[in-house]
Design a protein around this ligand. Structure first.
Ligand SMILES: [Zn+2]
Length: 205
């Protein structure tokens, strides 16, 4: 093999390796396969706010945590919260996850890309498909709040810069009003609450 050809082949191999993570990430996590008919999609999660206290992590929430870590890396900052700490939270029913994104080009991009995939329209044209499959009741990230309730009602708004950068539409979003440090504003972790059903049974079908 000539040196020039060898270098050309080596460059091609390098390009394929560089593309691989993007390609792997581009495939949606459900309903994949061109010939398959659409599997039924669960309805949007109901507004199941915490009303009891039983912080033991529920099995569907644990499966969601494992999915997030396997697909997006980062760290779990936990599912459960003691009954005596703070106000109403689905962490106290073991059905909320705090997920801390890590990686390149930066945490904010990694976080938004994961959120965008959870809320993406699937190949059958159904919006928020993964969020419905996982029974996501609401999520909080980067000073923004998304809820299944608002998405189902067709309401929502999201800053134009975020929509453009991450390919999101505004459905289901509103600003998250709480102000404080990065953790309080959810700029260092994505909070996800699952419905009571999904906390036990996610992914739903
Ligand atoms: Zn949380």
């Amino acid at each position: 093999m000539s040196p020039a050809l060898y270098i050309a082949l080596a460059a091609l191999a390098g390009a394929a390796v560089a593309l691989w993570p993007k390609m792997a990430k581009a495939s949606p996590g459900l309903g994949f396969g061109k010939a398959k008919p659409a599997a039924p999609l669960p309805a949007y999660a109901p507004a199941d706010n915490q009303n009891t206290c039983d912080p033991t992590p529920k099995p569907g929430t644990v499966r969601f945590k494992e999915h997030m870590l396997a697909r997006y890396g980062g760290q779990s900052w936990g599912i459960q919260r003691d009954c005596a700490i703070g106000g109403t939270s689905e962490h106290k029913e073991g059905r909320a996850l705090d997920w801390h994104p890590e990686g390149s080009p930066g945490e904010m991009d990694v976080g938004w890309e994961a959120v965008a995939e959870l809320l993406a329209t699937d190949q059958f044209g159904r919006p928020h498909a993964e969020a419905r499959r996982w029974g996501i009741q609401y999520l909080v990230w980067d000073r923004q709040f998304w809820s299944a309730k608002n998405a189902a009602a067709g309401k929502g708004n999201l800053p134009a810069a975020i929509k453009e950068r991450y390919g999101l539409d505004g459905a289901g979003w509103r600003p998250y009003s709480r102000r404080g440090n990065a953790t309080q504003e959810h700029r260092d972790h994505v909070h996800v609450s699952l419905s009571r059903d999904a906390g036990q049974n996610a992914p739903l079908s």
